[in-house]
Design a protein around this ligand. Structure first.
Ligand SMILES: *[C@@H]1O[C@H](CO)[C@@H](O)[C@H](O)[C@H]1NC(C)=O
Ligand SMILES: *[C@@H]1O[C@H](CO)[C@@H](O)[C@H](O)[C@H]1NC(C)=O
Ligand SMILES: *[C@@H]1O[C@H](CO)[C@@H](O)[C@H](O)[C@H]1NC(C)=O
Ligand SMILES: *[C@@H]1O[C@H](CO)[C@@H](O)[C@H](O)[C@H]1NC(C)=O
Ligand SMILES: *[C@@H]1O[C@H](CO)[C@@H](O)[C@H](O)[C@H]1NC(C)=O
Ligand SMILES: *[C@@H]1O[C@H](CO)[C@@H](O)[C@H](O)[C@H]1NC(C)=O
Ligand SMILES: *[C@@H]1O[C@H](CO)[C@@H](O)[C@H](O)[C@H]1NC(C)=O
Ligand SMILES: *[C@@H]1O[C@H](CO)[C@@H](O)[C@H](O)[C@H]1NC(C)=O
Ligand SMILES: *[C@@H]1O[C@H](CO)[C@@H](O)[C@H](O)[C@H]1NC(C)=O
Ligand SMILES: *[C@@H]1O[C@H](CO)[C@@H](O)[C@H](O)[C@H]1NC(C)=O
Ligand SMILES: *[C@@H]1O[C@H](CO)[C@@H](O)[C@H](O)[C@H]1NC(C)=O
Length: 668
């Protein structure tokens, strides 16, 4: 009974946050600028003139695409310094008139922010007012955001002043593990699809499928039934799961059969669809399954980590301020209900902001636009008993980043990787001259220095891995920091974001081309990229238990569980069973001492297998996608050719150079 009443209270508190947050946000965006209709005639003239000037740049045939983009930014900067409020009007108009994107996308990129739609134009205006378009700021903005410049190597930044040039004082090896372990749950990338419709169209035209508005522009052929489609050759043809089942608290309630639209190509089942994000039922099911295994196997899970992304991938169509907020609060509420007293330490992902991936530095004056998110997380996590008062303050003042020390003495440092994300426009401001404008590297290094001094081991968690969608400067600096504090202090690095179950090894003194540096001795750190709960796209949902050495907090093993989603399609509404997929220690048949942790040297051995053995390469792909019906056959396509460079590099520049070295496409 008491449990129930606490939940009701939490529900009420949460509703309160939401309405307060919406009000604040509406006020702060409304204040930015008037709508077009209320513009004075002199403002309208200024807009006209500016659009004409931008068009002149666009049609100047002596300039390359890249130069044009940078010139436009310089023009935008001058305009912003005079009238920052008119920048969205001018660039949206210019974008639409010149057809850079279709008018919808022009609105998303340059249109004024509103609570109704994921526009980023006000953030663009903020950025352009402060960036230096003639430097890497412009170069990388024009590469990442507008695809007008080529990728360039990042400049060399020497980050060692962050630790004052000190070397690890006593040790450059990790401490030896003891002989006892405990367990931690790692979940990632929920991507809850709030408007998921059981029976809706999962093979849709445009945008996110399985929503109330999903449809396919092509009608199904006469007599077609979805079971004629792919995936259904082998399975039974009845017991279809189109039930509105739910979890009530922690208990499963089989719902009523609600059916599907017979005109659909590929209707959405109760537990999900391979082309859609996760229905709430799937998220509940994953956490419930984890807790059942915790009990059944007597694991005694001590805490959970969640490595980001609560909101779905519908940002170009249906994600509004309200729906982003709802996804964040719903997914954390469900986690709290299922996990009970087990604390969950979390980070936000690139989807967990509004607009998408945006967050501003506190030093440049725009961070109040994002305070709602920091405050929401801080207060919710504290209410759920996951963090204490002091940490709550840290979360609020640190873009939701924080550090906690567990009862066993491990420090967990959580960072907001949006500060370095390549679609966060604020991150382009002075990205080289002030590469730590968010202060997050200083925060991280200060925490690491303190732990090093105390002989305390540290886990690092953030959404985006260093070698993924991170600006190359930040990616390189982050790698330098990790190299400096590994393997003595850093005992584990945990990411999400890719949805694939992957890893990456960091070698010391390695730049991507000097491949002779990729030795067992030089392997000093690695990251665990966690599999997602969402099936988007074409994946089986998954979570894992980490088995942790109590003395050193090194990872001794990782047990990954999955749900064969296609088998839920015909479960006739009954609760499906999640199964052990594999454990990391036995996965690749590496001869590894029982008493040694699965450290960077172990993953170096795995990387070598991936490089030299076709069987291991295929295993890597199988695990990455959790044996889904869409898992690639590595022998019949070049889909797997980048995997070795992917797992044997850490930062973006290393990855690009590695692909160059082996003559394969890096995608950059
Ligand atoms: C085109 O750009 C170049 C370089 O900025 C400039 O010198 C030239 O005047 C421009 N031409 C026109 C027609 O604006
Ligand atoms: C950095 O080094 C300088 C000179 O050796 C020293 O004065 C200073 O206290 C050091 N700062 C830190 C934070 O260690
Ligand atoms: C673990 O190690 C401790 C101290 O080294 C020893 O006393 C204990 O017996 C060991 N336990 C097991 C299960 O091996
Ligand atoms: C599905 O379950 C319903 C009861 O909920 C039952 O009447 C029906 O026979 C079942 N169908 C199959 C194919 O098992
Ligand atoms: C998920 O679990 C939460 C908490 O028990 C519950 O409120 C919600 O209705 C559940 N939703 C579904 C679809 O299971
Ligand atoms: C499930 O569907 C039935 C029949 O359409 C409806 O009465 C019931 O309220 C629904 N339950 C939930 C939890 O949505
Ligand atoms: C079923 O789907 C078809 C094709 O998209 C659509 O025209 C029709 O309105 C849908 N029916 C219902 C009841 O939603
Ligand atoms: C999806 O729809 C297209 C037509 O738009 C059709 O060609 C294709 O076979 C469909 N795939 C599935 C799995 O339904
Ligand atoms: C990497 O390092 C090697 C050896 O120090 C050097 O020869 C090579 O030019 C470097 N490559 C890049 C891309 O910096
Ligand atoms: C990993 O463990 C092995 C075996 O104990 C050890 O030789 C190696 O130095 C360790 N590697 C790291 C990076 O700690
Ligand atoms: C589900 O997918 C897996 C992987 O493709 C396949 O082996 C299995 O037969 C499928 N199950 C059903 C019921 O279709």
């Amino acid at each position: 009974m008491r449990f129930v009443s606490i939940l009701c209270l939490l529900g009420a508190v949460q509703a309160d946050y939401a309405s307060q947050v919406v009000q604040e946000y509406t006020l702060s965006t409304a204040a930015v600028a008037p709508a077009q209709s209320s513009l004075s005639s002199s403002d309208q003239d200024l807009i006209k003139q500016s659009v004409a000037d931008l068009k002149k740049i666009s049609s100047n045939s002596t300039l390359s695409h890249c130069d044009k983009c940078k010139e436009r930014l310089s023009y935008g900067k001058k305009l912003a310094q005079k009238r920052i409020d008119l920048v969205p009007n001018v660039f949206t108009q210019w974008c639409t008139d010149t057809g850079l994107y279709n008018s919808d996308d022009c609105g998303h990129h340059f249109g004024r922010n509103t609570v109704e739609r994921n526009n980023m134009g006000s953030n663009f205006a903020d950025m352009v007012s402060l960036m230096d378009p003639t430097t890497y700021d412009g170069e990388y903005y024009c590469y990442y955001m507008e695809d007008q410049c080529d990728f360039v190597e990042p400049p060399k930044i020497d980050a060692s002043h962050l630790w004052n040039g000190t070397k690890p004082s006593k040790y450059n090896v990790a401490p030896e593990p003891g002989n006892e372990t405990f367990y931690v749950l790692h979940v990632s990338d929920f991507h809850i699809e709030n408007d998921y419709v059981v029976g809706g169209e999962g093979n849709c035209t445009g945008g996110m499928c399985c929503t109330p508005t999903s449809w396919n522009r092509d009608a199904i052929p006469k007599g077609y039934h979805f079971s004629d489609g792919e995936l259904f050759e082998n399975g039974p043809k009845d017991g279809w799961d189109f039930y509105n089942s739910t979890y009530d608290g922690t208990s499963y309630q089989k719902g009523s059969y609600i059916g599907y639209n017979e005109s659909n190509w590929s209707p959405a089942f109760s537990y999900g669809h391979y082309k859609c994000d996760a229905p709430e039922l799937l998220i509940n099911s994953s956490l419930r399954a984890a807790m059942k295994y915790d009990k059944k196997l007597n694991l005694g899970v001590e805490f959970a980590i969640f490595t980001g992304d609560l909101v779905d991938h519908d940002e170009n169509n249906h994600v509004t301020f309200d729906s982003a907020l709802k996804a964040e609060t719903t997914a954390f509420r469900d986690s709290k209900t299922m996990l009970g007293n087990i604390p969950m330490y979390s980070v936000l992902g690139n989807h967990d902001s509004f607009p998408y991936a945006q967050v501003a530095q506190s030093k440049y004056g725009f961070s109040n636009k994002f305070d709602w998110n920091n405050e929401l997380m801080a207060e919710m996590w504290r209410d759920y008993g996951w963090i204490d008062y002091d940490t709550e303050q840290e979360v609020k003042s640190h873009y939701t980043g924080f550090s906690v020390t567990t009862k066993r003495g491990l420090k967990v440092i959580a960072l907001n990787s949006n500060t370095w994300h390549m679609q966060n426009q604020y991150a382009f401001i002075n990205m080289v001259s002030d590469y730590d404008s968010f202060g997050q590297f200083k925060f991280l290094v200060d925490e690491l220095l303190e732990s090093e001094k105390n002989g305390q081991r540290v886990w690092l968690m953030m959404h985006v891995p260093a070698g993924e969608d991170m600006l190359p400067t930040a990616s390189n600096v982050l790698s330098q920091v990790i190299e400096r504090f590994s393997p003595y202090t850093i005992a584990g690095i945990f990411n999400g974001h890719t949805h694939r179950d992957e890893f990456k090894v960091l070698y010391s003194n390695f730049n991507g081309s000097n491949t002779d540096a990729q030795t067992a001795d030089n392997a000093i750190a690695h990251t665990w990229i966690a599999p997602s709960v969402t099936t988007y796209t074409e994946l089986n949902p998954s979570f894992r238990f980490l088995e942790v050495d109590t003395k050193t907090h090194s990872i001794m093993n990782a047990y990954t569980y999955y749900l064969k989603l296609n088998e839920t399609f015909t479960n006739n509404g009954t609760e499906p069973e999640w199964l052990l997929e594999y454990d990391a220690r036995s996965a690749y048949d590496i001869n590894w001492p029982k008493s040694s942790p699965l450290n960077a040297t172990y993953w170096h051995e795995v990387a070598q297998q991936v490089k030299t053995s076709k069987t291991a390469l295929q295993k890597y792909e199988n695990y990455a996608t959790r044996f889904s019906p869409y898992t690639y056959d590595c022998s019949s396509s070049d889909h797997c050719e980048q995997f070795y460079c992917y797992v044997s590099t850490f930062s973006i520049d290393q990855y690009v150079n590695c692909c160059k070295h082996y003559g394969i496409s890096s995608g950059f």
